[in-house]
Design a protein around this ligand. Structure first.
Ligand code: FE
Length: 339
């Protein structure tokens, strides 16, 4: 299993001082699908502010299965992850518990938290349509629906339809337009692909740069990451970032988020940490380090991200979109999207 670190993060030169015996027990355990470069600095800040030690288990996969296996004895207090589908999976498998927190309810808009308080989003990310700056230019009025129209024939690149980012996008189309219309749309997009779905989001932008296609689906933060990477900056500079559906339903937004584990041994500290993650300080760090959008409305995105302009996000609650995930996967199979 690709676990990179096992509880190596002991930020605290935690004073085993005179304070009190209970200081020793002040800790919280995290299972994190999110990467160390992003999460560790935020946790260090939390420990500085609260004296609560944070232990983190990082892994790219297998954490949900692990919590299940560990059952009541699981040391996990919190799970940090990207993608609404993982948050919903944790909840639907009864691995979470509700959190009733005024702070979380105040900081996180209702469309970005579970109606039953089982999961909470911490950041949002837009599913953008990138266009070739040279051959197309910026297309401010573009819609996801446009990608199925005949004039886009042979011009679109995307990663696998089955990737959670695309499954959520397709689920949002189903939620808005119904399954029958969504299927026609998905067939149209497939007919317009320049090549079989492959690679990750950045590879699609590279393909635009290489002239293989004119349009690529990709999350917003990858543009920031490519601009910061000397090997990829030329890919990023070859595209314009467009926020789809501005005159209609708004751009599709996915999230990263957090759940409180069902058997969390350090529940009180875990809730303190959840609240910290929704606070100005942590929200700003997410924005600056990873080019994501803060979920807390009053916190600004990074300067670079802000320079891409403001946009209207789809207002459909994520919980509604998540209900269509299975239908989206079924459609992908029916139209043989990846084949
Ligand atoms: Fe990503």
């Amino acid at each position: 299993m690709p676990i990179k670190k096992i509880f190596t993060h002991s930020a605290a030169l935690l004073a085993l001082t005179a304070t009190s015996f209970s200081t020793l027990a002040q800790e919280v355990n995290i299972y994190s699908f999110r990467q160390a470069f992003l999460i560790e600095p935020i946790m260090e800040k939390f420990t500085q502010e609260t004296d609560i030690k944070v232990n983190i288990l990082f892994a790219k996969q297998g954490l949900i299965e692990r919590i299940k296996r560990e059952g009541e004895l699981s040391p996990a207090d919190l799970v940090l992850t990207t993608d609404i589908s993982r948050l919903v999976k944790l909840t639907s498998q009864d691995l979470t518990q509700a959190v009733h927190s005024e702070v979380l309810n105040k900081n996180i808009p209702s469309q970005y938290r579970d109606p039953d308080n089982q999961w909470f989003a911490l950041t949002t990310r837009v599913r953008n349509i990138y266009s070739s700056s040279e051959r197309v230019g910026a297309v401010k009025d573009i819609t996801y629906q446009d990608l199925a129209s005949p004039e886009f024939k042979g011009k679109i690149c995307t990663r696998s339809g089955k990737h959670p980012y695309n499954v959520s996008l397709i689920a949002s189309i189903i939620a808005h337009e119904g399954e029958a219309k969504a299927k026609v749309w998905l067939e149209g997009v497939k007919a317009n692909l320049a090549r079989k779905p492959q690679g990750n989001d950045r590879a699609q932008v590279k393909a635009v740069k290489d002239g293989l296609c004119d349009y690529a689906l990709g999350n917003n933060y990858y543009l920031g990451k490519m601009l910061a990477n000397p090997k990829q900056v030329s890919w990023a500079e070859a595209v314009s970032i467009n926020f789809p559906n501005q005159k209609t339903t708004g751009s599709h937004v996915n999230v990263s988020g957090v759940v409180l584990a069902k058997y969390a041994p350090n529940k009180e500290n875990a809730i303190k940490l959840m609240e910290f993650l929704s606070s100005d300080v942590a929200q700003k760090m997410y924005a600056e380090v990873n080019y994501e959008y803060p979920v807390k409305v009053s916190v600004q995105p990074s300067k670079l991200v802000a320079s891409w302009g403001t946009f209207k996000a789809d207002t459909l609650p994520l919980a509604e979109i998540a209900k269509q995930h299975e239908a989206a996967v079924k459609l992908l199979d029916e139209v043989k999207f990846d084949l």
